[in-house]
Design a protein around this ligand. Structure first.
Ligand SMILES: *Cc1c(COP(=O)(O)O)cnc(C)c1O
Length: 231
């Protein structure tokens, strides 16, 4: 059996070699370890190997893990679809949300973020394919959403996130990633501060890094297959 630490090392090496191949700096892309449906023991192992950022899709499961891992200094990123009835616990317990696609959800998070907490770092999820469930805002509406978020003091807009359709080819993914990079550049030219492109997962981190990803969200390549249970 391959040890978790060894798979993690392999992923770190792949990220480094992809950055080198792209002519980018070795610190330019961070790894977000996607721990959904993975046990807390695995999270502890990765923490000991130096990983601090973990991504979860289900708020309730994540809260249980946070409770069990209280003594560790971890950063939690919400990467699932944000439901209105979950915004309070997300605003209270997470440091990042990658999947903002509606003003209404952003406004709830802004209102519910505790006063003593630093602003919640957020990315706008962009729907580039037009058919992947309902998640993600259409390109034409990004600017409006970005401006709205900038007016919300408890949120800090950091970037854009995309999730290409699973069925897309590497060439298609390269187009989606490149397009997101260009959208980000345009928004920056319009005076919107953005330093993050959350793109790339286990299967496509290399191509995402080649197109400017600053955060790859990696689950299976680090942890192995997910269990059927949610936690
Ligand atoms: C599950 C998930 C990932 C990780 O996927 P892997 O293919 O296991 O690396 C990344 N991003 C999002 C939004 C996810 O839901």
């Amino acid at each position: 059996m391959i040890r978790l630490e060894d798979r993690f090392d392999e992923v770190r090496n792949e990220v480094r070699s992809s950055l080198l191949a792209a002519g980018r700096g070795l610190e330019d892309t961070k790894i977000l370890a996607v721990s959904k449906q993975q046990p807390t023991t695995a999270i502890k192992t990765l923490f000991k190997a130096g990983q601090k950022d973990f991504g979860e899709n289900y708020a309730q499961d994540a809260i249980e893990k946070m409770e069990r891992l209280k003594q560790y200094n971890l950063r939690w990123h919400f990467i699932g679809q944000v439901q209105s009835n979950k915004t309070r616990i997300i605003a209270e317990r997470f440091q990042w949300v990658h999947t903002i696609d509606r003003i209404k959800i952003a406004a709830r998070l802004n209102r519910q973020r505790p006063e003593n907490a630093s602003p919640l770092k957020v990315c706008i999820q962009v729907n580039q394919s037009g058919y992947r469930d309902k998640s993600g805002v259409d390109e034409s509406k990004i600017s409006e959403l970005a401006h709205a978020i900038m007016e919300m003091p408890a949120l800090k807009l950091r970037g854009l996130m995309t999730l290409p359709p699973v069925s897309s080819t590497t060439e298609d993914k390269a187009l989606f990633f490149e397009r997101l990079k260009i959208i980000k550049q345009r928004l920056v030219q319009d005076g919107i501060f953005l330093d993050t492109l959350s793109m790339g997962m286990s299967a496509d981190m290399k191509v995402a890094i080649a197109h400017g990803s600053t955060i790859v969200r990696v689950g299976t390549a680090i942890f192995g297959p997910r269990s059927r249970k949610k936690i």
